[in-house]
Design a protein around this ligand. Structure first.
Ligand code: PEP
Ligand code: MN
Length: 354
């Protein structure tokens, strides 16, 4: 893929490229007020959802066509470029007609090759920058496939947005970052600009600054951040939006370091270690939860906590399993003895209480 730069006149060629604006275009006043405040913070590309894909029916699904003239006013009155999410041929046609400068494809849409192809077909012969969010599921090929569909339709000004991946077990993040996936995307398509969307990864205002810093440390090219003139009152994604003032502070506090090839790959490897350690913690916590359930069962059935046979079997089996994966059996023994000891301690706690 021979991807080209965005080439939006007036946009400086420096990291991060910032796109900011509300999750949804709610009212003309909210769209304009937010835009003016963001322009004052130096933001050059405005975002606002006009068509909103919602998990369940009944929520606010966007103002659709009515909101497009509001974006035109933003362009005229602030000089910012405007962008919105498109998911169907009709959306694309209406957005182009309204003079929207940049389009993005949402995470749910990227996961649907029919929809992506429909968008690509509608954009044939049009020269506009398009950003593609990762699919909701952690499937790098599906993400690259969507980029290829657009590229094959003649869209050369392409970019990717990393917005995290959904998981059944909701933890700290609304969508797990799984940083190794965008890192691998960068390895496969080194020319492709990658944006981070800390708002949808974190799902929480206070996670935007650390996630944005992480993205800068990983050499991402840009950030797309949800910002609203009255974040607490936002109709969608209220908990993750920040006021334009706060956004300004977050951007000012970012430390943007340029790395050479070697430090970049060292940082990427360390990030992978951080992520793996987090998974180890989550898995250990899950094991302890199950172990406490077993404790409860033993209590109800008047069984002893320590079942020697089971213990010997666990240690022996785990040592062999670890060895077959190239790990030292003594190391495996030490780890599983420690885990087992903690399980026994937690089960004894359960026995103590009636
Ligand atoms: C959005 O950007 O408001 C949005 C709907 O995001 P995503 O497609 O990442 O869920
Ligand atoms: Mn949103």
């Amino acid at each position: 893929m021979d991807v080209e730069k965005f080439n939006l006149p007036g946009l400086e060629d420096k990291r991060p490229i910032v796109i900011a604006g509300p999750c949804s275009a709610e009212t003309e006043e909210q769209v304009l007020e937010t835009a003016k405040q963001l322009a004052a913070q130096g933001v050059k590309i405005y975002r606002a959802g006009v068509w909103k894909p919602r998990t369940k029916p009944g929520g606010f699904e966007g103002n659709g066509l009515d909101a497009l003239p509001w974006l035109q006013r933003v362009k005229k009155e602030t000089g910012m470029y405007v962008s919105t999410e498109v998911a169907t041929a009709k959306h694309v046609e209406a957005a182009l007609e309204a003079g929207v400068d940049l389009l993005w494809i949402g995470a749910r849409t990227t996961a649907d090759p029919f929809a992506v192809q429909e968008i690509a077909d509608t954009l044939k012969g049009v020269d506009i920058p398009v950003l593609i969010k990762n699919p909701v599921n952690p499937d790098l090929d599906l993400w690259i496939g969507a980029l290829e569909r657009l590229y094959n339709a003649g869209i050369k000004r392409l970019g990717a947005i990393h917005r995290g991946f959904s998981s059944y077990d909701k933890k700290l993040y609304r969508n797990l970052p799984q940083w190794h996936i965008p890192i691998e995307l960068h390895r496969r398509l080194p020319e492709l600009p990658i944006f981070c969307d800390p708002s949808h990864i974190g799902g929480r205002r206070d996670l935007i600054a650390p996630l944005s810093q992480q993205a800068m440390d990983l050499q991402f090219d840009g950030l797309i951040i949800e910002s609203h003139c009255n974040p607490e009152k936002a109709w969608t994604d209220a908990s993750q939006q920040v006021s334009p003032d706060v956004l300004g502070l977050i951007l000012n506090n970012l430390v943007v370091r340029e790395m050479n090839q070697t430090t970049e790959s060292l940082a990427a490897l360390r990030r992978q270690i951080d992520e793996i350690d987090m998974s180890i913690n989550e898995i250990l916590a899950k094991r302890m939860r199950i172990s406490r359930e077993i404790g409860q069962y033993k209590k109800e059935h008047d069984m002893a906590i320590l079942q020697t046979n089971r213990y010997d079997e666990i240690i022996k089996q785990r040592m062999a399993q670890g060895q077959s994966m190239g790990m030292d059996p003594d190391f495996m023994k030490a780890i599983f003895e420690a885990i087992h000891e903690e399980s026994v301690r937690q089960q004894s706690e359960i026995m103590k209480y009636k």
